[in-house]
Design a protein around this ligand. Sequence first.
Ligand code: HSE
Length: 441
Amino acid sequence: MVNIALLGLGTVGSGVVKVLQQNKDNINNKIGTEISLKKVLVKNRDKKRDINLKDSMMTTNPDEILNDDEIDLIVELIGGEQPAYDYIKRAIQSKKSVVTANKLVIARYGPEIHRLADKNRVEISYEGSVAGGLPIIRPLKESLAANRIKEIYGILNGTTNYILTKMTQNQEEFSDVLTQAQKLGYAERDPSSDINGLDAAYKISILASIAFESFIDVESIFVEGIQDIEQVDIELAGELGYVIKLLAIAKEDGDKLDVRVHPAFISKDHPLALVNDIYNAVYLQGDAVGDVMSYGQGAGQMPTASAVVADIIQVARCICEHRPGATLIDSGARADLKKIKDVKNSFYLRIRVNDKPGVMAKVTRVLGDHQVSLASVLQKHRRSAVVPLVLITHPVREEFLMRSISELEKIEDVIEINSVIRVQEEKNPGQNKSTKTEKGE
Ligand code: HSE
């Protein structure tokens, strides 16, 4: 028998109880022993809940759980930094294994928590912390362990993916779609950390720390949200053969790591372009396996509970086999991140200019002076004195592009630089020829 306790009985906590109850026999068979839910920490015992749980199992006192020697495994589902971080550490120090879905605690304190778990010979597992039900942390640590991971591209935030999808499908503006998403429960009342990209930054820092075996400080990641994306940019992207997605990127670049989150044009042919609505996906390349993609629901009660219960099963097996010991992501190394000014990308620029002879020449001269070369140019006829000019550049260091934009702003006939969006020019699957793909060779 493995005794477990839950810290937190909100949406995900209730989902975990439901999965443990509805799949009880199946789960016990998979472990080879019984999982017994002994206690649950709640804020309010009297709150109405849609689960069947004995009143005597609930407590509002964390000490009743953290000081209970009979509990083998703590499942932390409170979220946020405190008190979750303290409870996780106290549990580990009391020789209890921990399962958590807390991206913030793992992204900020992952190495410290892993070291503590290793020292105390217990497990720490957190599949639910990144992209809910989509399997990616265990695949990275286990199924793909033979590989050197080259690059990861993720759509790791369901709220922003839903908003961008609806802007694309319904030709609506960002603020209108956000209001609808909140009404439908697809966006939080305060969606700021989704919209501004921070949620995805926590998630890519966890994935990159595992993939590249060095701690990625989330504060050092370049992050840009989707709040400035306009309907016209989505339309123009479509005309040019792209869709706009909020991408979380982590890849090797020389002796540094390039880790960032921002909206990006991606080719309509890329598998990530087909990831719509609240769905998440991670697309990665390993040196042996080639291209791999994982797709699924990145949030929500039951998908996240699916990941958390899978961790419970895995950790319970370790406890039964008396072989606890954390899987390290902490090699002691801290990643050297490439600064965004040094990253090379293609860019989409939308500029409003006076429709006069010679304006285009002035614009292209400034760009050329800063080593910005153009891949395509589109001028929309709006029958007015001021017209939108749309440019796609060849790959250029961001520093040069930004300098050229400062200069463009000084040209009298350039009324406004409306949009600057990075274009993800990565090759599509099948074009990565770094590995032989024929089976049986
Ligand atoms: N709010 C997140 C999302 C889920 O929209 O994907 C929790 O990280």
